[in-house]
Design a binder for this molecule. Structure first.
Ligand SMILES: Cc1cc2nc3c(=O)[nH]c(=O)nc-3n(C[C@H](O)[C@H](O)[C@H](O)COP(=O)(O)OP(=O)(O)OC[C@H]3O[C@@H](n4cnc5c(N)ncnc54)[C@H](O)[C@@H]3O)c2cc1C
Length: 363
């Protein structure tokens, strides 16, 4: 049995581990207890999670269900409503649940190790593993130790996030996205009297709490739903990034370590899971005899095209929503991403995923 090292125990790393042990690989996983934000998972992402993890119905039944999304963007006076069934989940609970699942079912095939403070000895141990998967999130430097040269960032914006308490005007199965001149806000009920409020802001120099309140006060709808702030304000970097290259000889980056998306997509978890499915199918395809360079090229192209489509979606929203010079700089940075990814537009896929298996297309 050959061994694979997965670094990172977020949704991408755990999903890689699960898909690989299922196919008979032995896994060593390095991880730690780090904070995951509250997640809103759309139906497609929930289905993918279910396909990979076969979770009990009691797991899904315990989650708060949202049915509808309302969006009020740019100068539009009205909001758009769309049916968008989604589940609310605490990111830490999801990780713990998946981790427990792995331990219960595969403790003979998986070895867990605390993420070492320094990864200087990684290269010494490299020969022990058939593959190394970097699933260490957007801050990871693992892939750069293994051969990636650069992590491109397309902006400087961040998310301010805090829990809030609700007024009685709230419909508890509707979540909202609203833009104001300085940024955009996301409001989602969590069940009971709680909701999460997040605001996307460009680089700022003032006090984050007062910027947060100030943006909230400019909203046309969301401020009516909030009776008070609770808990503490957290700050997350939230601009799109992509690693270059995304893979190399016996290593792949997956999830946020490969590319991280702007939260406007609402689907970072979905990207991470789809990345894990593709990465593990690449490893398997190479082990079963497909050309390594062709498979890795397909991996880069598939992720490159997904990231390019994401940037295009961001540009559509941000160009319509914001005119200030600080937002124009963010928009300009995203145009640079389009230039960088230009060549992926003209390349065709040579492989396709059938279920969880990578297949070479007939020419
Ligand atoms: C504020 C915010 C809100 C979000 N909301 C949503 C949402 O509503 N819906 C949605 O689908 N997505 C959302 N996302 C995106 C989603 O959280 C990520 O896309 C997803 O968690 C990526 O998973 P991952 O496993 O690649 O990375 P992570 O979840 O970041 O996991 C990386 C793991 O790597 C390990 N690690 C940490 N530091 C290092 C290091 N230096 N080196 C190596 N390993 C390390 C840790 O074990 C960590 O668990 C949100 C993101 C943010 C920031």
């Amino acid at each position: 049995m050959q061994k694979i090292l997965v670094i990172g125990n977020g949704i991408a790393g755990l999903s890689c581990a699960r898909l690989l042990v299922n196919r008979g690989w032995e896994i060593e996983i390095w991880g730690n207890q780090c904070f995951s934000p509250t997640l809103i998972l759309n139906q497609i992402t929930c289905n993918l999670l279910q396909d990979i993890w076969q979770l009990e119905s009691s797991f899904w039944n315990s989650l708060h269900l949202l049915q509808e999304r309302k969006v009020c963007w740019g100068n539009d006076e009205n909001f758009l409503s769309m049916a968008e069934p989604s589940m609310v989940i605490n990111g830490n609970s999801l990780r713990n649940c998946l981790w427990q699942h792995l331990l219960d079912e595969y403790h003979n095939q998986i070895k867990f190790q605390e993420l070492p403070a320094s990864i200087d000895n990684l290269l010494e141990r490299q020969s022990e593993f058939a593959w190394i998967v970097d699933a260490g999130g957007r801050q990871s430097i693992i892939a750069r130790k293994l051969g990636a040269s650069h992590r491109h960032s397309f902006g400087n914006r961040c998310i301010l996030s805090q829990e809030v308490r609700l007024t009685n005007l709230v419909k508890k199965d509707i979540y909202w996205i609203e833009s104001v001149s300085g940024g955009w806000l996301f409001f989602a009920p969590l069940g009971g009297n709680r909701a999460i409020l997040q605001s996307m802001v460009p680089p700022f120099s003032g006090e984050p709490a007062s910027i947060f309140i100030n943006l909230l006060k400019q909203t046309r709808h969301i401020q009516d739903f909030i009776s008070q702030l609770s808990g503490t304000l957290a700050i997350f970097t939230a601009f799109p990034q992509i690693l270059q290259p995304l893979c190399g000889d016996k290593w792949l980056a997956v999830g946020d370590a490969a590319f991280s998306v702007d939260p406007i997509s609402g689907d970072g978890t979905g990207y991470a899971i789809r990345g894990a499915i593709l990465a593990t199918s690449i490893i398997d395809a190479i082990a079963s005899g497909l050309s390594s360079s062709d498979c890795l090229e397909h991996y880069s192209l598939r992720l490159g095209k997904a990231f390019a489509a994401h940037i295009q979606q961001c540009l559509k929203y941000y160009s319509k929503g914001f005119t200030s010079s600080i937002w124009q700089e963010e928009i300009e940075r995203m145009h640079k991403a389009q230039e960088l990814l230009q060549q992926t537009k003209h390349q065709d896929f040579t492989h396709i995923l059938k279920g969880f298996q990578l297949v070479k297309l007939e020419t």
